[in-house]
Design a protein around this ligand. Structure first.
Ligand code: HEC
Length: 239
């Protein structure tokens, strides 16, 4: 009676390490091709209209750095997948062009909280202020931690200028004038948000971290139109 372990594959394959290694390499290569080729050939994967997506403004950049520092990506993804349940909940699925200015990207891999890619414009600025101060004040039962220090900590224009310079070096385009005038740009953008907050009865200072974070959160997802429809989305419709 033949030994149960004496199968053809153990004789032919597993005892010939070189041959088996070669077959393994071929299997891995096929797996790689199946993943990589569609990335370049399927047009929906190409970042169409990427050149029309505006870079982050200085205040949005500052807010983005806070988002990274606080580890918001541990609980929030920024990618709406092309499936019905996702698009019904969050809106348009994410297009590649929406990420062209994301260095590093914030796709995230966990969703303890909802996806944030389409959160821009979903809530007024005052909602975000209260939500970051105490998530349970706006969302009863929320497990999101409070971030009260953002209300008082301030952003440093020099730090934002350094971020702009670094991004410029890796291919973003921030002009020297923008970098030199970063303090004014931050203040102008921050003041608009402070005005919205004041309408909601909240007193905030334009240079606080919360204001920068709100600027970033309100930007999220607002590039979908231009990524999908191209230049047509930028020209106002004729009356
Ligand atoms: C421990 C996980 C956790 C962390 C960390 C976390 N969140 Fe959340 N977040 C949640 C949960 C859960 C919700 C849903 C309940 C709620 O609205 O608070 C949520 C909701 C939100 C919403 C509202 C989304 C919507 O569409 O209603 C925003 C905006 C948000 N978080 C921003 C942030 C930011 C910015 C940070 C980092 C400073 C952060 N979160 C960190 C868990 C988290």
């Amino acid at each position: 009676m033949s030994n149960e372990n004496d199968q053809w594959h153990s004789r032919v394959l597993e005892t010939n390490i070189g041959f088996f290694g070669g077959l393994t390499a071929i299997a891995i290569l096929i797996g790689g091709l199946v993943e990589i080729v569609p990335m370049y050939t399927v047009s929906a994967n190409q970042p169409e209209n990427a050149e029309l997506v505006a870079p982050y403004t200085p205040l949005q950049l500052a807010g983005r750095d806070i988002y990274v520092r606080e580890g918001c990506y541990n609980c929030h993804s920024q990618m709406v997948r092309p499936m019905r349940a996702e698009t019904m909940r969050y809106g348009e699925w994410s297009r590649a062009a929406e990420y062209v200015h994301d260095r590093p990207f914030q796709l995230g891999s966990r969703r303890i909280g909802p996806d944030l890619q389409r959160v821009g414009g979903k809530y007024p600025d005052g909602w975000h202020y209260e939500h970051m101060r105490d998530p349970r004040s706006t969302s009863p039962g929320s497990v999101m931690p409070p971030y009260p220090w953002l209300l008082t900590a301030t952003i440093e224009p020099d730090d934002v200028a350094a971020t702009m310079r670094a991004l410029d070096r890796v291919g973003e385009s921030y002009s020297d004038a923008d970098i030199t005038n970063v303090a004014q740009l931050l203040n102008a953008e921050g003041s608009a948000i402070v005005a919205h907050l004041s309408d909601a009865g909240i007193t905030a200072s334009a240079d606080t971290e919360i204001v920068a974070l709100i600027a970033y959160l309100q930007r999220l997802g607002t590039d979908a139109d231009v990524a999908i429809h191209g230049a047509a989305a930028l020209t106002p419709e004729a009356p």
